[in-house]
Design a protein around this ligand. Structure first.
Ligand code: EPU
Length: 355
């Protein structure tokens, strides 16, 4: 098993932050993980699983052994009375999976077109966009345990999906029964299976999509139209990581009680908010940050994107230049948290993993 030393990670994280992996192994299948576990030099060292690097902030060189996931393959593996089951290797690009399913006349993922990152990272944070979350189309996944080498399968309930959350984001803790099964840094996802509905219905209702329908005079869009519109909307308001380093939304949209929301509305009548099924209210973090005047601001070489205040960007040069450090990104993030807290009494929670 070849473990490479001192590998630059700038091309492997979408923020394009300069940092190195002290050691990196490319994982194309479970046998590569088993080979590492059989090697006394690498068996017990801490490990970090790297997918598309679209949801991480590197604040220095990475000391754990980086496992760069390169498990490939896209195929139909079965069906139920309601769904067709599609399986993807975890190293496939998420958007390639979405395009492949539509090319094979298997709609269901179109609202999540153009989300950066790999398929293997998608269950970790339960990615979502325009009214559909991964958990709505999830069947099961195979993963390999990084201590025992055992391959195991999890269904949706076992993944414990939440808003941008899953069992893969939590550490095990003997003192916390609920999270005793946390799999953070303890498992590598190999394959993900999706259940795509045989009888497809569009998921509409998002303002951006409704606007496209009105513009095109369409009331019953096809999967391909939704795919094209989502791509257009994302390209118009989110920076392309190939051109401007970023990690998508930097903060989660916070949830507050009805009373807290009414209190904020009394002071800030325009606050963008959505009622949730459970009675709580979700606030648009982008609006809160925008209201504090952060849009377009820069600290060092880290900045707040001009068209969407929820996205922090690296204003430095491309893959060859140095650009923002992870420290600069976190300094900016903390300054934003402080001003949103002082004005609204809400502590924004970062979405990416900070290393
Ligand atoms: N808004 C502002 N100013 C801004 C940004 C947003 O006023 O600078 C307002 C918008 O006008 C809108 C509201 O805030 O009324 C929500 O904005 P948007 O529709 O752009 O969605 P979002 O809540 O900011 C979430 C996801 C995105 C996903 C979109 C569409 C999170 C953290 N982000 O963003 O996901 O693409 O909805 O479904 O839930 C990601 O997670 O990386 C991501 C891009």
């Amino acid at each position: 098993m070849l473990v490479e030393k001192n590998i630059p990670l700038q091309a492997f994280n979408t923020f394009r932050i300069v940092a190195k992996a002290q050691a990196l192994a490319r994982i194309a299948s479970e046998s590569d993980v088993r080979a590492l576990l059989a090697d006394p030099e690498w068996a017990t060292v801490p490990k970090f699983v790297l997918g598309g690097g679209s949801n991480i902030v590197l604040t220095g060189d990475v000391k754990p052994l980086v496992l760069k996931v390169e498990v490939r393959g896209l195929r139909v593996v079965g069906e139920t009375s309601k769904d067709v089951i599609v399986e993807s290797g975890s190293g496939e690009a998420w958007h390639d999976l979405v395009s492949w399913t539509l090319d094979h006349n298997l709609p269901g993922l179109e609202n999540m077109a153009l989300i950066p990152g790999t398929v293997g990272a998608s269950p970790v944070q339960n990615v979502g966009a325009y009214g559909v979350e991964l958990q709505d189309r999830f069947d099961s996944l195979d993963a390999i345990h990084l201590e025992t080498g055992e391959v195991f399968t999890l269904n949706a309930a076992q993944c414990a999906f939440g808003y941008r959350d899953s069992v893969f984001k939590h550490s095990s803790s003997a003192s916390d029964g609920a999270q005793a099964l946390g799999l953070k840094d303890r498992a590598l996802i190999l394959r993900v299976r999706f259940a795509l509905p045989k009888v497809w219905k569009p998921v509409l209702g998002y303002a951006d999509i409704e606007r496209k329908m009105a513009e095109h005079g369409v009331s019953t869009p096809t999967p391909r139209q939704i795919y094209d519109w989502v791509c257009e909307v994302r390209r118009a308001k989110l920076p392309d990581p190939a051109l401007i380093g970023n990690a998508g939304s930097f903060f989660k949209n916070p949830t507050v009680t009805v009373e807290q929301c009414e209190d904020i509305i009394a002071r800030e009548p325009k606050v963008v908010h959505y009622k949730l099924d459970n009675g709580a209210v979700k606030l648009a973090a982008g609006w809160l940050i925008d209201a504090c005047g952060w849009k377009g601001k820069t600290v060092g070489q880290a900045g707040v994107y001009e068209k969407q205040a929820l996205v922090l960007v690296n204003r430095g040069a491309g893959v060859d230049g140095n650009g923002a450090t992870g420290g600069e990104v976190m300094t900016l993030a903390k300054a934003i948290q402080t001003s949103v807290y002082e004005r609204f009494g809400i502590l924004l929670e970062p979405e990416p993993v900070v290393l």
